[in-house]
Design a protein around this ligand. Structure first.
Ligand code: SF4
Length: 96
């Protein structure tokens, strides 16, 4: 599917771990990227400083849904499902 111009859900709802100009530590989920303009368009589009993860992101119905609101909800769900859990920590021999 084609990206919805002016959506920007993926630039807000999901976390990005790679550095973004103006956000050197990336961004947490739910935080608006500083490079997203008032029309929800990327200020770095075509700029070599745009993070590779942003370049690689492909709009898909499973992720983007049929509206910006649905995309925000789906992306937030994905973030929750993929977030590290406290009980994922396995004991090591040092813990025993
Ligand atoms: S750098 Fe551009 S594409 Fe990447 S999250 Fe920010 S606004 Fe979106």
């Amino acid at each position: 599917m084609d990206c919805r111009p002016g959506c920007g859900a993926c630039c807000i709802a999901q976390s990005i771990s790679s550095p973004i100009p103006g956000m050197p530590n990336g961004k947490p989920a739910g935080v608006r990227c500083v490079q997203l303009d008032e029309n929800n368009l990327c200020l770095l589009y075509g700029d070599p400083r745009r993070p590779q993860v942003c370049i690689d992101f492909q709009a898909m119905p499973d992720v983007c849904g049929s509206s910006r609101e649905e995309a925000m909800r789906l992306l937030a769900e994905m973030e929750r499902e993929t977030a590290p859990q406290a009980d994922d920590r396995r004991p090591t021999t040092d813990d025993e």
